[in-house]
Design a protein around this ligand. Structure first.
Ligand SMILES: [Zn+2]
Length: 423
């Protein structure tokens, strides 16, 4: 029998185990923030990898402020070599999940299976993806197929809060690096029939307006910082939003609404705390935080310059308006090169397993791809995994068992083709 047929059969034979492992992962509430249960989850993944023939190592994110005694940031990396160390394919999944939130009809950490769906916080984002990665490698071993190159699988922390103690930490220390890593696949839930080739950029910034305090019965003696913030917001709506909304990207972002640049106000506060005792005072300070998603075609420099220019213009026009801009976070857009072998390999796998390929997609939000490419220098990186992106972070999050098994097969075929099977 053809080795690929044997591997696909061995995935089917392991279906119950794959579902069970996903459920075990969901039952550990690795909620971030604050970063609960990371050590236990790293160990659960690590023990499974060791059992499946991987050399396994644990990496505490020493040097990161988030890594504390109470909430240690523990990453796990397993490696299984074939006849050679290269090509090396690295499968990475984050095991942190966002808080459950309200509105669940099932226990968010109960890992209930019903009507072919596994329910739970982190089911699709992305514990099913981790299970798919682990069992894709194991199915190859159980089928008795020997690989030429090597497979690495990592379970990492903090993707939901930026990934600095997770993939970024591993990449900074050379564990994910173009010198040794040929390909990276991140099994995020970006639709089981699509290959995700990157994401938009994100620029988070804070604007503070400074006024002058005065008695609230004589506001003309002061300068109200909240009113000045409202002028800035109005000017953004009038001058900036139509301009950025008119730009669209050639990247295949889904949903299509996110192919345009966007701006969201995350939060605003100014003047007196609204839940405290009130005194008659003019607000002398107002602060707002913004989330600007920019396109690869716009670039960060232009994106920031536009904000600076708007603030300068309004400050010149409005008497006494004083404001300052502070950068909070910049994530540059990434895009997998169109000729990356990963795309063709996964596309062939999709046609074989599902009988179709949905082609390429890009993500409206960012994920760990940025660290793999910008810190680790590995451009051959895509996201491919089970689950529907729209369900991520929602109440009653679920991943279809079919998706989970099919993605495991596609990843297994990709591992075989990318590392090469030994004759
Ligand atoms: Zn995720």
């Amino acid at each position: 029998m053809d080795p690929t047929d044997r591997v696909l059969m061995s995935v089917d034979a392991a279906a119950d185990e794959i579902v069970d492992f996903t459920r075990e992962l969901i039952r550990l509430p690795t909620v971030n923030p604050p970063g609960d249960g990371y050590a236990d989850c790293a160990e659960l993944i690590g023990r499974r990898l060791t059992r499946f023939g991987f050399e396994t190592a644990y990496f505490a994110a020493e040097g990161c402020a988030e890594h504390t005694t109470r909430h240690p940031r523990i990453n796990v990396v397993g490696r299984r070599c074939g006849r050679a160390m290269r090509p090396l394919v690295h499968l990475n999944g984050h095991f942190d999940v966002v808080p459950a939130g309200a509105g669940w009809t099932v226990d968010p950490f109960g890992a209930v299976v019903r009507d072919g769906r596994i329910y739970g916080r982190g089911s699709c984002d992305m514990k099913a993806g981790i299970a798919a990665a682990v069992y894709a490698a194991e199915a190859i071993r159980r089928a008795g197929v020997e690989l030429h190159g090597a497979i690495e699988i990592s379970g990492t922390v903090d993707e939901e809060s930026g990934g600095f103690a997770g993939v970024a930490w591993l990449a900074h220390r050379g564990h994910i690096n173009a010198d040794r890593t040929d390909y990276v696949i991140i099994p995020e839930p970006l639709y089981v029939d699509r290959i995700c080739v990157g994401h938009r950029g994100a620029y988070w910034f804070e604007i503070t307006t400074h006024g002058r305090i005065a008695h609230g019965s004589m506001p003309f003696h002061g300068v109200n910082a909240i009113e000045h913030m409202s002028i800035l917001l109005d000017r953004m709506r009038r001058d900036l939003l139509p301009r950025i909304a008119s730009r669209s990207t050639a990247m295949p972002i889904e949903p299509a609404g996110a192919r345009r640049a966007t701006l969201n106000v995350n939060g605003i506060d100014g003047g007196q705390p609204t839940d405290g005792i009130q005194t008659p005072c003019v607000a002398d300070r107002c602060r707002a935080i913004f989330d600007r998603r920019f396109l690869i075609e716009e670039g960060f420099e232009q994106t920031r310059a536009e904000i600076v220019e708007l603030l300068d213009r309004v400050a010149a026009e409005v008497p006494d308006l004083r404001c300052e801009l502070r950068d909070l976070m910049v994530v540059h857009p990434v895009l997998t090169p169109g000729d990356s072998p990963l795309i063709g390999v996964l596309d062939r796998g999709l046609r074989r397993v599902l009988g179709r390929s949905g082609g390429l997609v890009a993500s409206p939000g960012t994920y760990d791809h940025k660290h793999v490419t910008r810190i680790g220098g590995v451009t051959n990186c895509v996201a491919y995994g089970p689950g529907i992106l729209d369900l991520a972070h929602q109440p009653d999050e679920w991943c279809g068992v079919d998706d989970l098994i099919n993605a495991t097969k596609v990843i297994a075929l990709a591992l075989m083709e990318l590392t090469g099977t030994a004759a």
